[in-house]
Design a protein around this ligand. Structure first.
Ligand code: MN
Length: 503
């Protein structure tokens, strides 16, 4: 979506989610100023059950004079010339979601960073890989040539919104987010004051009480904490603290909140990715995600009751966590496969594939990240490391020795077209490089693998340096090279069925 395309509307209402947080205000106020600069009739509103009460939010709004309106009745949006808004733009949330008070409008657009399954189109900009909606807005404003630094208040709210949504910048991953922080000229004094007005005395007490009432599972090295209703940031704070305990590797904190329950998850256990656990706990009844070490989620009360009726939330969390630990298998490549009886022998079809020497791409020693179907993997460019380009354009690393046993290199360039051009990210250059132009052809010699259809999700800790693990779903295949029983990996169903045949 382009902001420029929304300029055809004259009466624009920007709506933040109910009980707006700093990110919603950051996104909302930057959009407000943008459309004001285009001489539109603009209003910045939110609805829902409660008016903003948090001390930091009130301070931010008051100090910057942000014209936020709390709407209780749709009539308040009626203007003499307009029955309803010509354009409703929801920020940091999506129209129709449980935490967005319903407003009628001629047209609806949204800017958000929450994963709900919706994708971007002409009227929606959804970037779930970005830590804050403020950062998404920053990028969209920049694309329109709008100078965010021309108004220090706008720069300050964008900065503060991202600061609050990223656990004080600790969850920043994307170069866009980093660039934004460097580039914004903000009111440091104000930010400093607001960031030290996060909790009230009462909230400090809530956090302390929550920490006293934890439950602990010795086998899983897991702690579950239920807190009294409080700000999500307090849940994160408690989680960070509990994870510091020497016998705790995973921590789940939850509390009631407006319209449901809020979860915060922390993990330093390689087998348990916090974002995956958050998604599992909220599946079908809310949303959850984040990073492997820190994640959060929301359970929608209505959906929860429809699905689980009168089960208490505490029992649900405990049971679901149990299920999660039972829901996947873990395979360590270094341990090999002790029992091959459930595996069958397959042969790789003699297709032509692409390959690239990492040293043709980068100077030896350059660290790079490859985004594979099964997770991110990090490799260092050297003489012994090649990259394969598979049937569907998927990229994965292979050792030179294994390559030579499995493929015959051909001297011709590999120029197959793919929907999404395979690329590799150099950590040093902090950007992606297309690899097709360096790729050459090779023919599979028909190497053999033992493979088994997965009947439950499986995590493989392969010999490669995956960010977490290779993740295989039910229906995918786990494979093991006949030449090397420690070379274990996952192959996605579609890929496997295309390129292997049973012997
Ligand atoms: Mn947000």
């Amino acid at each position: 979506m382009k902001l420029g395309n929304l300029e055809k509307y004259n009466y624009i209402v920007i709506q933040m989610h109910d009980n707006p947080d700093a990110d919603a205000v950051g996104a909302g106020y930057s959009m407000y100023q943008y459309f004001k600069s285009k001489r539109k009739i603009v209003r910045l509103v939110y609805g829902g059950r409660t008016k903003i009460t948090k001390s930091n939010m009130r301070m931010l709004i008051k100090e910057l004079g942000i014209p936020v309106e709390y709407i209780k009745d749709a009539d308040e949006l009626r203007l003499p010339e307009y029955d309803k808004p010509e354009l409703l733009l929801t920020v940091d949330c999506q129209y129709g979601e449980g935490n967005v008070w319903h407003i009628d409008a001629e047209n609806v657009a949204m800017i958000d960073h929450h994963a709900t399954g919706r994708v971007s189109d002409d009227m929606a900009e959804i970037r779930s890989y970005i830590v804050s909606c403020s950062a998404v807005c920053y990028d969209m404003l920049r694309a329109e040539g709008y100078d965010v630094n021309a108004n220090i208040d706008v720069a300050t709210v964008l900065y503060y919104g991202t600061f609050m949504d990223s656990n004080e910048f600790s969850e920043i991953r994307n170069p866009l987010e980093r660039d934004m922080i460097d580039c914004l000229h903000v009111d440091k004094k104000l930010i400093n004051r607001i960031t030290h007005a996060n909790f009230t005395m009462q909230e400090l007490e809530t956090a302390a009480i929550a920490m006293l009432r934890f439950s602990y599972d010795e086998n899983k090295r897991l702690s579950i904490v239920k807190s009294k209703p409080c700000d999500p940031n307090i849940l994160g704070l408690v989680g960070d603290m509990v994870l510091q305990v020497d016998s705790v590797d995973v921590c789940i904190i939850f509390s009631e909140c407006d319209g449901g329950y809020k979860l915060s998850i922390r993990s330093c256990e390689a087998e348990v990715a916090a974002n995956e656990l958050a998604a599992y706990l909220t599946a079908d009844i809310g949303n959850g995600g984040g990073h492997t070490d820190k994640a959060g989620g929301f359970i929608n009360q209505k959906k929860y009751e429809e699905k689980y009726e009168d089960i208490l939330i505490d029992s649900y969390i405990f049971k679901r966590v149990e299920q999660y630990y039972d829901s996947f298998e873990v395979v360590y490549a270094k341990d090999g496969i002790s029992d091959l009886s459930e595996y069958a022998l397959y042969k790789k079809k003699p297709y032509i594939y692409g390959y690239v020497r990492t040293t043709d791409l980068f100077e030896a020693g350059t660290e790079c990240r490859i985004r594979t179907y099964e997770g991110d993997v990090f490799v260092t460019a050297d003489e012994d490391t090649y990259l394969m380009i598979g049937f569907f354009g998927e990229v994965y690393p292979i050792q030179k020795e294994a390559f030579e046993k499995k493929y015959t290199p051909l001297d011709e360039a590999f120029n197959k077209a793919f929907d999404y051009e395979p690329s590799v990210r150099s950590l040093k250059h902090d950007r992606n490089f297309g690899i097709l132009e360096y790729a050459k052809q090779c023919r599979s010699m028909g190497s053999e693998v033992y493979a088994r259809l997965l009947d439950k999700p499986t995590k493989v800790f392969s010999r490669w340096d995956y960010d977490t693990y290779m993740y295989g779903d039910e229906g995918d295949y786990i494979c093991c090279s006949c030449m090397d029983l420690n070379d274990i990996y996952i192959v996605k169903k579609e890929v496997f069925e295309e390129i292997y045949e049973q012997k």
